[in-house]
Design a protein around this ligand. Structure first.
Ligand SMILES: [Zn+2]
Length: 397
């Protein structure tokens, strides 16, 4: 079976490379994915997917088969913007191919996976028709760059799709990634009493109330303990603002914004507990809150979600990871595990819903969001073989 699948992928090589080139040429900034989603849905239809449509969030969704095991392949198809100060050797939306590499915005993060999924889907449908032992969803998720996790949260919560397993197409350089640190944002607010600067003793300065809290947050960062595989969490004050009736008054409002990266064993509860301890230590009445991330999808839908993205992590001996290792060995003769340094849609599928999730894709993660984005086309070919074989290895488990 392996040979049949791999030969079929080889036969689609030209289509695959043309597809990734086309995907890079279609500009698709977060919230502006209409054109690329329509292109992907049309390709799914052309390739014989049983279903192909977009949901209210603007995600492209394709379905093949009707088997009891539901696998979801996700590749977010939005990209970060190209800024004027970036220095691109090749125009970012030209899809230039040179010496076996393709260059451009999204060439790493993460359009190759979508091209691979589409061709794998086409082959599976062609070879197995309606005799699929599984259900395969192929998702081109929108708005991931600003709201990691939320597009898949939406699909699971609102669109009635409940996958048993999820594969992410974020760059892994053909390794099996099985987790990431989580992240969350927090705000701490102190309030005081304003007074004329000339009578400052009559006021309570909100900035002075915040200062010892900021100092202790800096100390807390140094105290956070490293954990195996994912390393240590971190805490950073990213912004501070205050208000006063005038520049000649005592400030009665101060607020800090915090970025918190969470490792294994750290979550919303433990993070808030640490901060509450600092506040209690200073006998302060400071308040903690979690801000929301808001956005408007290309479909017109407004969404809002808490800026909390839980840590997730699967053991190397987890059967799902093992199935991926076996597939990797079949395709490239070796299997290596790793974890992402950045955040992915896995914060929803694994972090919130506990669904076994891994990643496998070509491309180096350190090139994401940079003007150096490039993909080795032969690696995309290998990944596509992986995508076509993986469901069968999984079913054996
Ligand atoms: Zn990405």
């Amino acid at each position: 079976m392996k040979e049949i699948l791999f030969n079929a992928v080889e036969n689609e090589k030209e289509n695959l490379f043309e597809l990734i080139q086309r995907l890079v040429q279609i500009k698709s900034y977060s919230g502006e994915e209409k054109e690329i989603v329509e292109f992907i849905v049309s390709k799914m239809k052309e390739y014989g997917f049983d279903e192909a449509y977009h949901d209210s969030f603007g995600n492209a969704i394709g379905k093949i088969g009707n088997g009891p095991i539901k696998i979801l392949y996700d590749a977010h198809i939005d990209t970060v913007k190209v800024t004027e100060t970036e220095n691109w050797e090749h125009p970012p939306f030209a899809g230039v191919i040179e010496n076996g590499k393709l260059y451009g915005r999204g060439a790493v993060d993460e359009k190759p996976a979508m091209a691979g999924y589409l061709i794998a889907g086409k082959i599976l449908k062609k070879l197995y028709g309606n005799d699929f032992p599984f259900t395969l969803y192929v998702v081109g998720s929108a708005y991931e760059e600003d709201a990691d996790g939320y597009p898949l949260y939406h699909i699971i919560k609102n669109e009635g799709i409940k996958p048993d397993f999820v594969l992410l197409g974020e760059p892994t350089d053909l390794k099996i990634y099985r987790g990431q640190r989580g992240r969350m944002e927090l705000k701490i607010t102190t309030t005081g009493k304003s007074a004329h600067g000339a009578h400052n003793q009559k006021g309570i300065n909100a900035i002075y109330k915040m200062m010892p809290i900021v100092a202790d947050i800096e100390k807390l960062d140094k105290k956070l303990k490293p954990k195996p595989t994912l390393g240590k969490g971190s805490i950073t004050v990213s912004n501070i603002m205050s208000k006063a009736p005038s520049m000649c008054s005592v400030s009665d409002f101060c607020q800090i914004h915090i970025d918190r990266r969470m490792t294994v064993g750290e979550d919303k509860k433990s993070v808030i507990k640490e901060l509450k301890e600092i506040i209690r230590k200073h006998k302060s009445d400071a308040k903690i809150s979690i801000p929301s991330v808001e956005g408007k999808c290309w479909t017109g839908l407004d969404f809002s979600t808490l800026a909390y993205y839980p840590t997730w992590f699967f053991d190397e001996r987890h059967p799902y990871v093992e199935a991926a290792m076996k597939t990797s060995k079949s395709v490239i003769g070796k299997a290596k595990c790793g974890t992402w340094s950045f955040s992915t849609n896995g914060v929803a599928t694994a972090g919130q819903f506990g669904i076994p999730t891994i990643g496998f894709a070509p491309g180096k993660e350190e090139l994401a969001h940079s003007s150096k984005e490039e993909i080795v086309l032969n690696d995309l070919l290998k990944a596509t073989k992986f995508y076509s074989l993986f469901p069968f290895e999984l079913i054996k488990k």
